[in-house]
Structures are given as structure tokens and as C-alpha cells.
Design a protein around this ligand. Sequence first.
Ligand SMILES: [Zn+2]
Ligand SMILES: [Zn+2]
Length: 163
Amino acid sequence: MQIACRACRRPLNRIDHPGGRQSWVHALGQQEDGTHEPQPVLTDPDYRCDLCNDEPVTSLLVVSGTVRITPISMSDGPWALCSTCTELITANKWQRLLNHVTTRFRGQGVHLFPHLIADIRRLHGQLRRLAVGPPVPLATNPDPHTPGPEQETPAPESPSGPV
Ligand SMILES: [Zn+2]
Ligand SMILES: [Zn+2]
């Protein structure tokens, strides 16, 4: 459960205002932003890659602590990742990750001002520092609340005995 928008079910990012007031915003590059105001509710969000906005999401990156996304907005995670971002983070290829994310954003029509690219680079740096481990693959069943009647145990792909 995390804070997501009631209208589009996308996870929202938090803005802490002086005096303790909080507000919530759609993440960067979300096509829903601009069509409606964010409506924060605590729910199971409909994930989209939190780095490049691609779908479907294949893993979650768990971080310890709050990640600052822009000078004013932040997220307590976890961070949902598509297969490409999962692969690049698992392989520790952060420069390629930045290229991938900026290419995707441009393709989505987001105008990437230099300060925005700097924000994205800083964001990736924080994820790198704060990740508690490699991305954790999501279960193939998209809805954890309705498990099938029988859970098949996948056969191990490699022998577990001594090599
Ligand atoms: Zn929304
Ligand atoms: Zn991605």
C-alpha cells in the first residue's frame, strides 16, 4: 500500500511544505498529469516504471529512506522498474540507465531542461546509494490478493548440487 491517485491509480510523489503541510503530485512525465488534479488515497497502485514510465513493471527496488526527486518533491518508495531499468540497475550500468530514461522521456514529449537531467542524475545516484539490494522481481501473478487455487512450484533451472 502506498499513496496513489484515486483517478489514475499511479503512485504519487510527496511535497513537504514549511509548517508540516504535505501535498502530492503525479510523477514526472505522467500523461495523466494535466488531465486531472492528483487525488491522494492509500491504495495498491497501478505501477508504471518509476524511472522511465515504461510498462509493464517487472521488479521493485527497495530503498532505505526517502529519495529526493526534485528540490521539492520526494518519495519513500519502493521504486517500480520495467525490465530494461531492472537489467541496467542489476548490471550497475548507471550511465546507460540515464541515457535510456532521457531517451524515453523525450519520446514521451517531456521537455528535458538541463536542470531536469541534473535532477534525474541525482535521483539515480540516491537510488544507487540507498538500494538495500538488487531489484526484486515481481511475482508473475499481477494481483497478490487473488492467488490461483494451485501454486505451481517452478522447477529449478540449474542443478543445485555441487558443481
Ligand atoms: Zn492521477
Ligand atoms: Zn524503466
